[in-house]
Design a protein around this ligand. Structure first.
Ligand code: WQD
Length: 345
């Protein structure tokens, strides 16, 4: 029996595939490489000494998906395929709804056809909109999302709720990620967005490495300890391990619909992250305070209690590992590039 992972060569996907392979699972990756590189497969093999089966397809291609289900014995699907840039989603809503929502529906329809009803969905803290009390728990109302990316996640959550109501033989786990950062300790995989990063940590890394000149801190007039935005950053390896716990839950339960917030329960401001990054990596981050970013909320952090109570999961890596691993991944890539240049590759 195999676990099918859509988006399995992506940032969260590759770290999750590593945990699945090390757990002893057979893994099938479906990814169209629009946001990742084929070299990730070799990195995964180098880390785990195992190879995932790989299909380079877009999960919107229903006939191709059907073939995969025909050729393989799939026990569960983890859906990590999806566009995730908030700003881009505001400019290109149709692209986001087609990929994130229609893609998920296509996948679920093929699963239904083949009687595969165990499903883990990567959702996001953005489905909570702009709550006015903290920490956020799973009992909070979801909705009032402020951008098409967040709304696409909310739409799929509502689709899953209706699907389960129509047929409660489904076994579904919704995982609401807070702010994933960091990289595998090997330095062989990590987050390395092409071009100008949207998110804070990859931007800081590019400023520290000299690739970008200055970090814009989006506003210091929020009602927080130093005026800058507060987020619940979670190490991507902790996040990946949470998927293993969710998989075990679905293997144990015959059916059900579950949702869990995945964060550390600790909120850090933007200036906290800058200071920690500088201290851990002995680098200087050049930054300036600018206007708020439209759509940003002031504070967002969770209580991780329910995931601990019901999945037996909690984050183990702190801000030091998050900053260290984010930096070592990029430094490793730069050193490899330098070595190849010196040898004329
Ligand atoms: C974090 C903080 C910014 C960049 C989004 C999605 C979420 C998830 C992560 C996918 C905020 C500040 C940022 C910069 C800055 N997406 N910032 N300068 O917006 O909390 O969450 O990305 O997994 O679902 O909603 O993350 O990293 O963009 O911002 O000052 O150049 O850093 O204002 O306070 P965000 P982020």
């Amino acid at each position: 029996m195999s676990i099918l992972v859509t988006g399995g060569t992506g940032y969260i996907g590759s770290h999750t595939v590593i945990e699945l392979l090390e757990y002893g699972k057979d893994v099938i990756i479906v990814d169209d490489l629009c946001n990742s590189k084929i070299g990730v497969l070799n990195a995964i093999e180098q880390i785990t000494q195992k190879r995932a089966k790989f299909y380079e397809i877009n999960y919107l291609e229903k006939e191709e998906l059907r073939k995969i289900f025909e050729e393989n014995n799939i026990e569960m699907v983890i859906n990590l395929a999806g566009f995730k840039a908030v700003g881009e989603s505001v400019e290109k809503p149709l692209m986001y709804y087609r990929n994130n929502v229609v893609g998920a529906i296509t996948l679920l329809e093929v699963m239904q056809e083949f009687g595969v009803k165990k499903f883990i969905f990567s959702s996001s803290a953005t489905v909570y909109g702009n709550p006015d009390k903290f920490p956020i728990t799973e009992e909070f109302e979801i909705g009032h999302t402020t951008n098409p990316y967040g709304t696409s996640k909310l739409m799929v959550e509502n689709i899953l709720k209706d699907l389960y109501s129509s047929d409660n033989s489904w076994d579904i786990c919704i995982l609401r990620y807070f702010n994933p950062v960091g990289a595998h300790e090997s330095g062989l995989i990590g987050e390395n967005p092409n071009g100008i990063p949207n998110n804070l940590m990859p931007y800081i890394v590019k400023v520290a490495s000299g690739e970008l000149e200055v970090l814009n801190v989006y506003g210091n007039d929020y009602n927080t300890k130093d005026g800058t935005g507060v987020r619940d950053y979670i190490h991507v390896v902790d996040l990946a391990k949470a998927h293993i716990k969710a998989m075990e839950k679905l293997e144990k339960e015959k059916s059900g619909l579950y949702s869990y917030n995945l964060g550390t329960g600790i909120g850090y401001t933007v200036l906290d992250i800058i200071k920690n990054f500088e201290k851990v990596n002995d680098v200087k981050i050049n930054y300036r305070i600018t206007e708020r970013r439209p759509g940003d909320i002031a504070i967002c952090y969770t209580s991780p209690d329910k995931a601990f109570r019901e999945l037996g999961w909690k984050a183990e890596k702190g801000i030091t590992e998050m900053c260290r691993d984010s930096w070592s991944y990029i430094m490793k890539r730069k050193n490899i590039k330098k070595l190849l240049n010196e040898r004329g590759y």
